[in-house]
Design a protein around this ligand. Structure first.
Ligand SMILES: *[C@@H]1O[C@H](CO)[C@@H](O)[C@H](O)[C@H]1NC(C)=O
Ligand SMILES: *[C@@H]1O[C@H](CO)[C@@H](O)[C@H](O)[C@H]1NC(C)=O
Ligand SMILES: *[C@@H]1O[C@H](CO)[C@@H](O)[C@H](O)[C@H]1NC(C)=O
Ligand SMILES: *[C@@H]1O[C@H](CO)[C@@H](O)[C@H](O)[C@H]1NC(C)=O
Length: 521
């Protein structure tokens, strides 16, 4: 019964189309018969068809729309399928128009079969699935409103021209999806590596268009790509690695993975000397990295310090890596040398921290020289609970025994920290060294580390003394006065600073060597 109905429909429809005589090509009985078979086949493949059939086998409609007519049947105009395969990347809610145009004005009458993933959805203008979001436009274009994931896929339009000619065009509608991380793992199940292991982290992502994947550790970008390899793992490689995937659709995705590296404790101390005062508090800090996790304690005079609040507090911060010893209301016997001791199954490590009442000089360093004057700017910090009575800055030419001593002004402190900046002007060119200390009611601080620097002749002081070891520069100056000022001046380049002049580069290399040799002795 069913096949009979289908057969009738096909004959009616095909006759309607060809009977009108609009399709200008040879059609014989055999071809019609074939088309009928095809429809039969197509329909048989389609399991949804049965339940849908009443909806679309409306004979009245078919005959209304396609009245039988016996016009010219034969012509030799060639019909071509013009539309080329296309891929559409869309999101749910959007509308796509899939073209299937034919090289004839009368192409309206051509029979098209639109299929989705090989199942017919339109035959002629019959909406087989009766899906309200599919619409066949008069020019053969299939309009699809993307309602759900089912609407994405491969759509093809087949022209039924004859039994041998069935040109087809295939379009793809791919769903635009935001980036998603579906798996994040390393080549070690437990993510625990030995030193010098090779570690590979893999981040599997989904999304269309394909997301770009990148890796971050401590907010530093490491690399792009779905996998990250560390050839020889070191303790410093331990930590959280973040995989970040983005394809500009919706929100980017990110996840992290923790990598562990077996190693004995490593201790890092920022302040080996800590200043405080009687009746004040002190905080000693010791950062320990270790895997397996270390046991850490503080010792003084060989005795382990135990928490004894409110006087003594032991704290752990920053993922338990920072070990803090807080001592309140200090008295004389609280000052002195403390040791931070850390151990795990792989070893033990100790670092000392001194608690003092005298000032502490920190970050004593040469700042960038003043570009125009070449003055040497020195800068440092002094920490002292007790007010500072005097700062002292010393410098000398390397090799000399006597220091020149300067007493920079004592300015106000901010939270017991004094910031000092001193500019050395009009220095004779040469290699120098400098150090600093400060004094409070309890006495002098230790000297800072000694910092080497290079005296640079200011541009305007150029006439007094010319550097002997820089002949080329002099020659350059005399012969070409039109070169830029910075090249003309008899400047010496401070160690470590770069310059465009190769002469200066050479001389600074020599100076670096000299400095290294001097420091070695
Ligand atoms: C078909 O018709 C629609 C609606 O009129 C139009 O937007 C589309 O561009 C046409 N397609 C082709 C291939 O002519
Ligand atoms: C992302 O992937 C996970 C794991 O496969 C899945 O559970 C989740 O639903 C996905 N999220 C999105 C937005 O696709
Ligand atoms: C140099 O001094 C300036 C201003 O005091 C400061 O901002 C800068 O960080 C210093 N640079 C260095 C290398 O110490
Ligand atoms: C560099 O020196 C010039 C001249 O003395 C001065 O005007 C300028 O402020 C100085 N620059 C810095 C950064 O100290």
């Amino acid at each position: 019964m069913k096949l009979f109905v289908i057969g009738c429909f096909v004959v009616l429809m095909v006759e309607g189309v060809f009977g009108k005589g609009v399709l200008k090509r040879d059609v014989n009985e055999k071809a019609l018969k074939k088309d009928e078979d095809v429809y039969g086949e197509l329909n048989e493949q389609d399991t949804d068809l049965q339940k849908d059939q009443e909806d679309y086998y409306d004979e009245a409609e078919v005959s209304d729309n396609q009245p039988l007519d016996n016009g010219a049947r034969r012509t030799s105009v060639k019909l071509d399928l013009l539309s080329k395969p296309e891929t559409f990347v869309q999101m749910i809610g959007e509308t796509v128009r899939l073209p299937c145009s034919v090289s004839s004005k009368d192409a309206l009458e051509v029979i098209r079969v639109w299929s989705k993933n090989s199942n017919p959805i339109f035959q002629g203008d019959i909406n087989i699935k009766n899906k309200h979001n599919y619409l066949l436009l008069p020019n053969g274009t299939l309009q699809v409103v993307l309602e759900d994931a089912e609407d994405f896929g491969t759509y093809s339009c087949t022209l039924l021209l004859s039994d041998s000619e069935r040109p087809e065009v295939e379009h793809k509608i791919i769903q635009k999806t935001s980036a998603n991380i579906t798996a994040l793992y390393s080549n070690n199940k437990m993510n625990v590596f030995e030193t010098d292991d090779s570690a590979t982290l893999t981040c599997e992502v989904t999304g269309y268009p394909r997301p770009t994947v990148s890796w971050y550790k401590d907010n530093d970008k490491l690399a792009d790509g779905e996998s990250l390899t560390i050839q020889r793992v070191k303790p410093k490689h331990a930590g959280a690695y973040r995989c970040f995937a983005d394809n500009k659709i919706g929100k980017p995705a990110h996840q992290h993975i923790n990598i562990y590296v077996n190693h004995k404790p490593l201790i890092q101390v920022d302040k080996y000397i800590v200043n405080s005062d009687h009746e004040s508090d002190a905080e000693l800090i010791c950062d320990v990295s270790a895997y397996p996790a270390a046991t850490v304690n503080w010792q003084k005079d060989g005795e382990t310090i135990v928490s004894n609040e409110p006087k003594i507090k032991l704290e752990r911060r920053r993922n338990n890596e920072r070990n803090v010893l807080i001592i309140k209301d200090l008295n004389e016997k609280d000052f002195g040398k403390y040791s931070c001791v850390a151990w795990n199954s792989l070893g033990k490590e100790t670092k000392d921290v001194n608690l003092v009442k005298t000032p502490v000089v920190r970050k004593f360093e040469k700042n960038q020289s003043n570009e125009s004057t070449k003055d040497v700017i020195l800068q440092w910090k002094v920490e002292s609970k007790q007010p500072i009575s005097m700062h002292e800055l010393q410098y000398r030419k390397q090799g000399e025994t006597n220091w020149k001593t300067i007493s920079p002004d004592v300015t106000d402190a901010e939270n017991d920290v004094y910031l000092i900046k001193h500019t050395l002007k009009n220095l004779e060119p040469g290699l120098y060294e400098t150090r600093a200390r400060s004094k409070n009611g309890h006495g002098w601080s230790e000297y800072s580390k000694t910092v080497p620097f290079e005296g640079v002749l200011a541009k305007h002081g150029a006439h007094h003394s010319k550097p002997k070891h820089n002949k080329k520069e002099n020659r350059l100056q005399e012969s070409s006065l039109d070169i830029p000022a910075q090249h003309r001046s008899e400047e010496l380049v401070p160690v470590g600073e770069s310059t465009s002049s190769s002469t200066s580069l050479t001389s600074s290399l020599i100076l670096v060597l000299l400095t290294v040799l001097t420091l070695r002795q």
